[in-house]
Design a protein around this ligand. Structure first.
Ligand SMILES: Nc1ncnc2c1ncn2[C@@H]1O[C@H](COP(=O)(O)OP(=O)(O)OP(=O)(O)O)[C@@H](O)[C@H]1O
Ligand SMILES: [Mg+2]
Length: 492
């Protein structure tokens, strides 16, 4: 007899991860894991952080804790932000920390622990799996009685090779003992959540809706045309999903830059490179992160304050144990994330308008998507658009990916139709549109290039344009050589 199926969805995020699950069957409700080790209270997301300890016997670092429980480990034994290094185009030797001062001086923690980024991802997923399995057992959902069918979401920007690499990492952990699929793109999961929970008048048939999934690492934008509501909502993708690495962690990095470059007295700068100093720095960053999440640019709060750590900290904007950040400065710290999001959004909106669509709604989801300040800025931008565009922050916007993923996974397993009736192929299998700049292959005078802000590496761009240019040149050359040939034949 076949075992009943337990649908599970895993969102492995840059800064936070989540797991949701539900038995497959009619009228079942989903649940999210909320019992994370080290957390004070129920929380639906867990930091994508892992800590290691030294195993004397085997003379190696072994995984110790993950998520909240890892946050109290000394910074030199703790790794985070590793998801964004899962990049097949970047070689092991090139994997340098993308973090700006003071971290740029240091190598990524995992290199000091003699781990590769793949090791760290595998170890993190293994701890996540172990915790999930124990929880399921406690809840009477044993794998002996139920078949776990586990869906992993993947970032919109992952190329086929990256997805494959991620799949093989997942397979090498305990998750690999179950039925797994590594397929649903994060913005797709989020739009499915929005469709299931949105108000239909905000997505009228024939009009366009735009989804902006702004998370910790990246901001992804997707646009869809609504084609039907009856008997079920159907949408068609209008543009290829675009994204930028301008997520909320850029605000945290801007805060650190501000602290180091504009605030701290010289003597403290070195102190924060020490292990004691790093603990104090982490404490201040945590408080800043809370302030960032609450920031609404309200004139009634001209300054925000952060209790400094250690209390004797001195420098500009610091007085009586508090660091003061003006409202204007806060807007400045948000700048990279907000302008990156707006630029990316504008590109999409412009293309939808060019194709003759009117944009009824823009849905903001993800952690940064739930920011009141970002909401204001997107609303300001939309005021300049033709027609009336609503900017909606759906309820529980930060859980849109994980909730959309479990809902669509459940529906798929029950054999329901896919609400996304038309998908655009996100990439060509043949030609990379950007790759690492190779001074032997590429030429500064002829070839386009850009700096990847995520990896801080020079990238060659627009190979397709080069290809077209090359083909056109060949055609012109061919034309002239034939012309000269015929002139020569004529004249002889
Ligand atoms: N109101 C807010 N304003 C700004 N940032 C916020 C807010 N709420 C949460 N965040 C930030 O959002 C991030 C978490 O969001 P989310 O879980 O969507 O990201 P993620 O899935 O880890 O990243 P990604 O989707 O890029 O992989 C954290 O960096 C958190 O500090
Ligand atoms: Mg995410």
């Amino acid at each position: 007899m076949q075992r009943p199926v337990l649908a599970v969805a895993v969102d492995f995020g840059t800064t936070f991860s989540g797991i949701s699950y539900m038995p497959v069957g009619p009228n079942e409700q989903y649940t999210q894991l909320d019992n994370w080790p080290g957390a004070t209270g129920k929380l639906y997301k867990v930091p994508t952080t892992i800590s290691y300890r030294y195993d004397e016997a085997n003379r190696t670092y072994v995984p110790d804790a993950f998520g909240f429980a890892a946050e109290s480990a000394p910074p030199i034994l703790r790794c985070s932000m590793f998801k964004m290094f899962l990049d097949v185009a970047v070689g092991a030797g090139d994997r340098q920390s993308v973090l700006i001062n003071p971290e740029s001086v240091r190598r990524p923690t995992w290199e000091n622990l003699e781990k590769t980024v793949d090791d760290v991802i595998r170890d993190y997923l293994q701890l996540l799996y172990h915790h999930m399995k124990l929880t399921f057992m406690d809840e009477g959902l044993r794998s002996e009685d139920l078949e776990y069918n586990i869906l992993f979401t993947v970032p919109a920007q992952f190329e086929v090779l990256e997805v494959e690499k991620f799949r093989s990492l997942v397979k090498s952990t305990g998750f690999g003992a179950h039925v797994i699929s590594v397929s649903l793109r994060e913005p797709e999961a989020a739009i499915l959540y929005t469709l299931n929970h949105g108000i239909r008048s905000l997505m009228p048939v024939g009009q366009c809706i735009v989804l902006c999934d702004a998370g910790g690492g990246t901001v992804d934008i997707a646009s869809y045309k609504v084609t039907a509501h009856n008997p079920a909502t159907k949408i068609e993708q209008i543009n290829v999903v675009t994204g930028r690495p301008c997520g909320s962690m850029n605000i945290d990095l801007a805060f650190k830059r501000f602290l180091f470059e504009e605030c701290l007295d010289q003597k403290w700068r070195c102190y924060f490179q020490t292990s004691d100093g790093m603990i104090h720095l982490q404490r201040m960053c945590k408080v800043f992160s809370d302030r960032k999440e609450a920031f609404d640019n309200s004139p009634s709060t001209p300054n925000i304050t952060i209790q400094v750590s250690p209390p004797s900290l001195s420098g500009n904007n610091i007085a009586a144990g508090y660091l003061r950040i003006s409202r204007l400065k806060m807007c400045d710290l948000f700048k990279e994330s907000v302008s990156g999001t707006l630029e990316c959004l504008k590109e999409h909106v412009d293309r939808c308008l060019q194709e003759g669509f009117s944009i009824k709604s823009i849905f903001l989801v993800g952690g940064l998507g739930s920011s009141k300040y970002l909401h204001q800025r997107v609303k300001q931008y939309c005021a300049s658009l033709p027609g009336e565009t609503e900017v909606i922050k759906p309820r529980d916007a930060e859980f849109a990916v994980i909730r959309g993923a479990i809902e669509s996974h459940q529906k798929n397993l029950l054999g329901a139709d896919d609400p996304i009736a038309l998908r655009l192929c996100p990439m060509s299998y043949g030609i990379r549109v950007s790759e690492l700049w190779d001074p032997i292959k590429h030429d500064d005078r002829l070839d386009d290039h850009f700096w990847n802000p995520r990896t801080k590496q020079k990238m060659a761009r627009n190979q397709i344009k080069w290809l077209i240019r090359k083909v056109v040149l060949e055609i012109i050359r061919d034309f002239y050589s034939k012309l000269f040939m015929s002139i020569r034949i004529y004249s002889t």
